[in-house]
Design a protein around this ligand. Structure first.
Ligand SMILES: Nc1nc2c(c(=O)[nH]1)N(C=O)[C@@H](CNc1ccc(C(=O)N[C@@H](CCC(=O)O)C(=O)O)cc1)CN2
Ligand SMILES: Nc1ncnc2c1ncn2[C@@H]1O[C@H](COP(=O)(O)OP(=O)(O)OP(=O)(O)O)[C@@H](O)[C@H]1O
Length: 181
């Protein structure tokens, strides 16, 4: 079995086992993330609008906006291209995009810090996503942005198969800890 097939097998299993985070877990991750973001001193932060059963960062979008930081959200282009990030404010209208994603139209920006959604991670900083390769291409396209994954601690796996193009994360924030690589 090659790496793509191994990833696909793991992805299928994780998707079928996945349960929605509990409100308390969601709150704890947001607390940890907001503290982490505050400490970096960065001001342009890329987050993501949730898909089914994912951690919901929408309260964090509002929180960051309230304290005067710039919130950016991704637009998902056809497979093969990097995501683009667009400024969001609490009143911004969201549009339906590819794969059930939602995105704001309007001015594009370059984030200082990119929060990266994931299906699974391991202790080496490897991540498994939905298989579009979007964040791998995006982190390549924004080499100066800090990449920070966020996940439930239950999303940790012993080992994630990786390819040469897979981008490792610098940090992963869970409801229990901040993992540094
Ligand atoms: N909330 C959220 N937004 C996000 C992401 C994410 O993980 N979470 N993405 C992170 O990259 C991007 C969109 N990623 C996606 C990439 C591929 C597929 C996809 O191919 N879905 C197939 C099934 C995949 C499979 O069977 O392996 C489908 O819908 O048919 C879905 C989302 C950008 N926005
Ligand atoms: N930088 C890249 N250059 C060329 N091809 C790439 C690159 N990154 C990913 N790919 C291709 O995209 C496909 C999906 O990649 P991968 O399985 O790593 O996605 P993922 O990280 O799980 O998904 P996502 O980032 O969208 O959440 C791979 O089969 C690979 O061929």
């Amino acid at each position: 079995m090659d790496i793509d097939q191994k990833k696909q097998q793991l992805r299928r299993k994780l998707l079928s086992d996945r349960t929605r985070p509990l409100p308390k877990q969601n709150r704890l991750i947001i607390q940890k993330l907001s503290h982490f973001i505050w400490k970096t001193g960065f001001s342009r932060i890329a987050l993501v609008w949730p898909l089914d059963s994912e951690i919901d960062l929408r309260p964090l979008c509002h929180l960051l906006d309230k304290v005067g930081l710039q919130v950016l959200l991704p637009y998902t282009p056809p497979k093969g291209s990097a995501l683009t990030f667009h400024y969001w404010k609490p009143h911004t209208k969201m549009y339906r995009g590819r794969f059930g994603t939602s995105y704001p139209r309007g001015a594009q920006g370059t984030p200082d810090l990119i929060l990266v959604p994931l299906l699974a991670f391991d202790r080496s900083g490897a991540r498994l996503g939905y298989g579009g390769g979007y964040y791998d291409r995006t982190l390549n396209a924004y080499p100066n942005s800090m990449a920070v994954g966020y996940a439930l601690s239950s999303q940790e796996q012993k080992w994630i198969p990786t390819d040469i193009f897979d981008q490792r994360l610098e940090f992963i924030v869970t409801e229990h800890e901040i993992i540094t690589f």
